[in-house]
Design a protein around this ligand. Sequence first.
Ligand code: MRU
Length: 321
Amino acid sequence: MRTIDWVNGAVEIIDQTALPGEERILRLHTVGELIAAIQSLAVRGAPALGVAGAFGVALASRVHLDDPAALDLAVQRIETARPTAVNLARGARRAAALIPHGPEAVLAEARAVRDEEIAASAAMARLGADLVAELCGEERPRLLTHCNTGGLAAVTVGTALGVVGELHRRGRLAGVIASETRPLLQGARLTSWELTRWGVEHRVAVDSAGPFLMARGEVDAVILGADRICANGDVINKIGTYSHALGAHRAGIPFLVVAPESTVDRDTPSGTDVEIEDRGSAEVTAWSEAVNPAFDITPYDLVTAIVTDRRVIRVDRGEKP
Ligand code: MRU
């Protein structure tokens, strides 16, 4: 199942805001509808955002065939719909580079972005499962994951959750804890929904329980995704990732980041150079003002390894992206 695709002239997505209560397909016909879906998190997760960005430019190139200024503006609006995941602007720019060759060429490039993410998921699942087996030994590991990194976030299999699925298929998984991921509950709603569909036994924990569960010896490794990986190895991912990295460091267990090469951003030196999306207070509480950063920065010295679709970067041995 593809959670985002181009179907008969429109972008089709599973509406992630409706899950797990309702499995609703949204057809997005315009750039405005696509941007609204990105900003409401109906489509979300770095690789899926890259595909959404590319398909968004395919939509725009059809509508603004004879109006280059309007097309430029549409591409710019898509690129900047959310600031943190590098994939969104990258996917949009890749498709936009084909504009001089016409809308069919743009669509073909957007489909290539989609297909590359599907292939990357399969490669990461294998590389990541091998690395977990290497680091955790013969025991079947108990893993903790954060946010949602499954097919919902990456078209089909996913990044970190793809590794979890692969370990499950190999019979090499003892259990999974999904941290709920306040405030929008990507872990409790989406990861739990995907793991249930895959038949993977799991439990949900409140975010703040993660480091304690690690300290109590109930987690063998942390495995999660990224929205951007900086040149020095800093990892930008869902708020709460840094706390899990500190917990893993303290507990002496591996902290593994699984993300495609399309998420590696060598042009950004370190995490402090990245705009962290602030999603405002309404998502957090109706009772008082709130500060609501959507992502955080995990310094590279807390990362054991980064698994991409082509490489295992042993950050703990001084390797850089
Ligand atoms: O705000 P979201 O839900 O788009 O944040 C997503 C994440 O932080 C994911 O962990 C990341 O994009 C990796 S997705 C494979």
